[in-house]
Structures are given as structure tokens and as C-alpha cells.
Design a protein around this ligand. Structure first.
Ligand SMILES: Cc1ncc(COP(=O)(O)O)c(C=O)c1O
Length: 499
């Protein structure tokens, strides 16, 4: 790899980086080790390609040669002094933050680590309050169990036609802050699974005014600043810690993620300690190498690649706009939210065409197209620079087919904007540690729930472990049963704490 001036080879908009983003220190170090041909009297047991079992050896070529352990040549993820330190430094340079961390257990491990780190040393054994997004990813609930946290959420609103959850308003956040002056940390979702982002910057500022550290779940947002019309990401909005899953929207392998720290209100030593606590002691070097390569690709080509992809998405959007049956979420959003929507996510509402998203996904699948998500209201397609012209051609043809497809009308979605008032009686950890049993929905009032019950769309929990089941909750769950995945539709039973 030459030492070309990094700015001269970046296509499109220049990134404001200080280091040579063309550099792949970890790749170079491990390649050099492989080329040396040293006798590998160390882990892992396959010892490189020679001992790699079939069919993996034939299918994956020399990948196993790069699957090594912590050596002087490869460095140690938890105490990096060589290529891994340099590689993570390049990542921090790209995003313009104080420190970046490679993660080998997805954004999930980053979110749990950030919760642990932000609340470390804040109490003498008592349960501490944190603000979570109402549609929090399950890892955040797991983080509450592990760190013994008491989650509170801002009020949720959904867009009526699509039933997609809207980002919380500043007013809703102010209300939570007034009611909970003892919040120790806040997690903001940005963007949501459906690609919506709120007005994060003033919200981070408000939370900081109250001295509350802000963690941003940006699992779906590693690419946002590389879009042709860039969306401000969590770091640019002033957050303390931002967790991104480049495996979702950039080019790294599944299970990888990275975490950025602005050097603000969450202590770096706490972040290091929390990651050591949660991570495997044998991080996979192929995963780490894929993170390094994804960083380099974003830095050198991200803007150009995303600009090409968005031009293709825009053409598809025009095709759907001509349909009188299919619509996309963009058409239903208030303009201010529409502008802040990630265009790489396309949620196609199918109810207007008379069928559910599940049916649409089934048809698309039979025609050779796999959607990211299907729910009662529509299908969600995710685009990235990995989608070629051929992919867009197939998609264009299949969407035209879907548009022509006539199916009997279905019942409209029910109870789109109805959310129960919830009361928490146990922390998620207490609910986790309690014995549980299944009871019929009709006998559930007055019990404490021990599982998450969520309706899709919008994928927001109607109730979560530790909360009290009321008549209102039972009524709403019953009404939304067709939209709740899992066995509850058949059993009509709910898992509760056995008191
Ligand atoms: C909003 C959100 N946050 C966090 C995660 C966890 O990410 P990962 O799969 O990288 O652990 C997901 C995964 O789907 C997610 O959708």
C-alpha cells in the first residue's frame, strides 16, 4: 500500500481527516506474518488453511491464514500498542472523535458497555435510572439487566397512516427530565429501524445542560455523513458515545461494530473496562480486518459510492410514486421529518394495495427479492453501495409486478396510535431473576410482565419486563394481536412474574 496523499485520492467530497486514510495497518501486519510462514505453535487449532475443515477450506480460500491470535505482530484488542492501536486511531480520525473502539459482538456489546460505563461508580449498590428510547433494541434491555438500571422512556407518537414510530420531540424529553431529575444517562435512537432521525442536536444539548451523558444507538447510521445530502450523526450532534454497526450499512462482516467516544461525559477508562468485561478474550482477526477495510472504503470512496447508490434509489422512488397502490413512507411524513429521513431505507406501504407487508414479502421472495423486514403495514428494503445495477433492475421489475398484483382487501390495521400508560414495579434485573409462569391474557391484569410484547409496525414494546399489566394493556394487546410476532396469537398467554 503506497503512502499516497490521502486527500488527493478521495473521490467526491473531501473528509476532514488528519491521517492517511489509505493506510491498513492491521492488514499489513497480519499479511506480513502470514508471508513469513512461521510455524504456528499457537491458537487457533486450524493453524491456517492447512487444518481448516472442508468445505470451508475450498470455499473461503486463505481466510484461515488471517485468523490468528494475539501475537506481538497482531496486537491485543484490549491493550493495543501496535497495528490495532493505529487502526482504531484511523477510525477516530475519520469520524473526528477522541477515541474509537472496534467491537466484535455487534452494536449490542457497545450499547451494553456504554450503559455500564456511563453508570459506573454512580451509586452504592442502588438501581440507577436511565432514559431509553421507547423502541429500544433488546440489547438495551439486556444492558439494564446486567448493569441493574431502571429504564424510563419519553412519550411515543406514531405516524397514523404508516404506524411508524416518530422520533421523540424536545418537549417529550423535557417532560421526562422534569419527572426524573435523577437520570444518570440517556440513550437516543438515531436513526430508527425505519430510517427516521429526530432533531438530535438540541436534545443532546438539553441533556448535557442537566449533566446527563448521552449515548447514541446509531446501529443504522455509520454511513450518514457519507450520503450525498449528509445527515448529521450522533458525534456531529455532540453525543458522548456513539455506537454504529458498519455491518448493517457499510462493508464489514456481520457481528462487527464500532464505538466512538467524543471524550465528553463518559470516562474512557470505564469504556475500556466495560468492553473487557463483556467481550470475548479471543476477538476474531478476520472480523477486525473487515472493520479496518470498511473504514478505509468509507474514507476513500464512501461519498462517491453513496452518491451513486442514492441516484439509483431516487429512480426507484420515482417508479413507486407513479403507482396508485404502493406508497413509501416519505409520502406520509411531515416535511421536516422527511428531510431527516435516511433515504437508504425504503419502507413500502402495501396496505393501500390491499395486502399486508408479510404477503408482499412472500411474493417478492418468490420472485427472487429478499426484504430486510416485513410487518403488517409494509416491507422495508435496505440499500447500500453493495447493490448493483442488476439488483435495481430486478427490483424495478418485481415492484412493477407487485403493483399489478390483485389480492382481496385486508382489514385495516387497528389501534394505530394507542399506547398504554405504563407503571414499572420491578427493575428489568428483578424481573429477570424472578420465577415466571404463563397466564391467560384474560387473567393477566394486576400481574407483572416478564417478557417484551411488541407490535410491528412500529416495533415498539407495548409492555416490557417489570411493568404492571392493567386492563388497558390487556385491551391494547388483544386489539394488536395480529401485529404481535411469536406464539401469543395462538396461546393467548403472557409470561408473568410468579408472585
Ligand atoms: C436499533 C438497533 N440497535 C442495535 C442493534 C444491535 O446491533 P448488532 O446486531 O450490530 O448487535 C440493532 C440490530 O438490529 C438495531 O436495530
Amino acid at each position: 500500500m503506497g503512502s499516497t496523499n490521502h486527500k488527493s485520492i478521495m473521490k467526491g467530497k473531501l473528509m476532514n481527516t488528519m491521517l492517511n486514510q489509505d493506510h491498513l495497518p492491521l492488514w499489513e501486519a497480519i499479511s506480513a506474518y502470514r508471508d513469513k510462514g512461521a510455524a504456528r505453535l499457537h491458537m487457533p487449532g486450524h493453524k491456517g488453511s492447512a487444518g481448516f475443515p472442508e468445505p470451508l477450506r475450498s470455499a473461503w480460500g486463505t481466510l484461515a491464514d488471517f485468523d490468528i491470535t494475539e501475537l506481538a505482530e497482531s496486537d491485543d484488542l484490549y491493550d493495543p500498542v501496535g497495528p490495532l492501536r493505529e487502526s482504531q486511531r484511523l477510525l477516530a480520525d475519520l469520524y473526528g472523535c477522541a477515541e474509537s473502539f472496534y467491537l466484535v459482538n455487534g452494536a449490542s456489546v457497545g450499547l451494553i458497555a456504554a450503559l455500564l460505563a456511563s453508570t459506573q461508580g454512580q451509586s452504592n449498590g442502588g438501581c440507577q435510572k436511565v432514559l431509553l428510547p421507547r423502541e429500544a433494541h433488546r440489547s438495551l434491555w439486556h444492558g439494564c439487566v446486567l448493569a441493574d438500571l431502571w429504564p424510563v422512556c419519553a412519550e411515543i407518537f406514531v405516524e397514523e397512516e404508516s404506524a411508524v414510530a416518530l422520533p421523540p420531540s424536545l418537549e417529550a424529553l423535557e417532560t421526562v427530565l422534569m419527572a426524573n431529575p435523577d437520570l444518570k444517562a440517556a440513550v437516543m435512537l438515531h436513526p430508527s429501524f425505519y430510517g427516521l432521525t429526530g432533531d438530535l442536536q438540541p436534545q443532546v444539548a438539553l441533556l448535557h445542560e442537566h449533566g446527563i451523558p448521552v449515548i447514541v444507538d446509531e446501529a443504522h447510521g455509520a454511513h450518514m455523513r457519507f450520503l450525498p445530502q449528509p445527515l448529521m450523526d450522533g458525534l456531529q450532534c455532540g453525543a458522548d458515545v456513539v455506537i454504529q454497526s458498519p455491518h448493517k450499512t457499510a462493508g464489514s462482516l456481520t457481528q462487527t461494530a464500532w464505538m466512538h467516544s467524543s471524550g465528553g461525559l463518559i470516562d474512557s477508562a470505564n469504556l475500556h473496562a466495560a468492553l473487557r468485561l463483556l467481550h470475548t478474550s479471543s476477538p476474531s482477526f478476520p472480523l477486525l480486518l473487515s472493520l479496518e477495510a470498511a473504514r478505509r472504503q468509507l474514507a476513500l470512496e464512501g461519498t462517491q459510492l453513496w452518491s451513486d447508490t442514492m441516484a439509483r434509489v431516487a429512480r426507484l422512488q420515482l417508479q413507486i410514486a407513479r403507482s396508485d397502490k404502493l406508497t413509501t413512507l416519505s409520502g406520509w411524513l411531515p416535511p421536516v421529518l422527511g428531510k431527516r429521513r435516511d433515504p437508504s431505507k425504503m419502507y413500502i406501504l402495501t396496505r393501500g394495495a390491499g395486502y399486508s407487508g408479510h404477503k408482499a414479502a412472500e411474493l417478492l421472495r418468490s420472485w427472487g427479492v429478499s426484504a430486510e423486514l416485513a410487518d403488517a403495514g409494509g416491507v422495508l428494503l435496505m440499500f447500500s453501495p453493495g447493490d448493483t445495477d442488476a439488483t435495481f433492475e430486478i427490483l424495478s421489475e418485481t415492484l412493477a409486478r407487485l403493483d399489478e398484483y390483485a389480492l382481496p382487501a385486508i382489514n385495516p390495521l387497528m389501534g394505530l396510535n394507542k399506547w398504554p400508560q405504563l407503571q414499572r414495579l420491578l427493575s428489568p434485573r428483578q424481573a429477570w431473576q424472578s420465577t415466571t409462569k404463563a397466564v391467560s391474557l384474560t387473567q393477566a391484569t394486576g400481574r407483572i410482565v416478564a417478557e417484551v410484547i411488541a407490535a410491528y409496525p412500529p416495533g415498539v414494546p407495548l409492555i416490557s419486563p417489570g411493568e404492571l399489566i392493567t386492563d388497558e394493556v390487556v385491551e391494547i394487546i388483544t386489539e394488536m394481536l395480529p401485529r404481535i410476532p411469536g406464539g401469543i396469537k395462538e396461546t393467548l398467554q403472557i409470561k408473568v412474574v410468579d408472585e
